[in-house]
Design a protein around this ligand. Sequence first.
Ligand code: 13P
Length: 283
Amino acid sequence: MLLTGKELLLDAQKNKYAVGAFNVNNMEIIQAIIDAAEELNSPVILQASQGGIKYAGIEYIANLGKLAGRNAKVPVALHLDHGTDFDQVMLCIRHGFTSVMIDGSIFPLEENIAITKKVVDIAHAVGVTVEAELGKIGGTEDHITVSEKDATFTDPLEAKRFVEETGVDYLAIAVGTAHGVYKGEPKLDYDRIKAIREVVDIPLVLHGSSGVPAESLQKAISLGISKINIDTDIRNAFAGAVKEFVMNNPDEIDPRKILGPATKAMKEIIKEKMEIFGSAGRA
Ligand code: 13P
């Protein structure tokens, strides 16, 4: 069933688990995610970035996501990841996304509040729920790159004001993770998550969660994280399986045979994440 992000995340917040939000670009990734969720009886968020939408086309990605969500035996939300552009967010709402992210984190606080509030007012009027970002998460997610020196952690008092003034439904916070592949082991600022949780009562979101050890993620969940974004780990599983298959079967030309093992590998890593997040069995 297709629900809003808020419906999934409020249950996660109440019951102290996190819903995995997995990035999608094509049919195979969506199938892997839905299969994993149904097998483990887990709620799940399908999220498309602006780059993913550009690659697949809004019609394809929205319709694949809606079809998968409506037919699924588990709660599914279809979410726009890192919408940096007002028009892009509106386009996704028009195409039936049930959840959108407006990422105004590159702007000064006042401007981030203004654009987020504008999106929240419109989205709420048509029953769509909204994620925003405060602080700057480092690394590269598709076309958005934030260098290490520009990454800034979320300030708890700013977070309180931001949530009060925008009416946003869930908030992405910068607490030490980064998008993409890590060079060393990421260090999460747990005290900051706790401090934000104490002054903000909506679900909190962790981006850049690939490559973060399971124990760190579980500690973050225990402190108030309710949505965990994963992209790079799925890409790694996909690419590894395709490379291995092609090396072992250099004469194979059937895309179904080449992509079959990749879909399976993506499904396995997604199931692993759902167990770590505690969302398995929560549908
Ligand atoms: P990773 O690629 O590090 O998993 O980050 C994904 C993400 O946060 C998408 O918004």
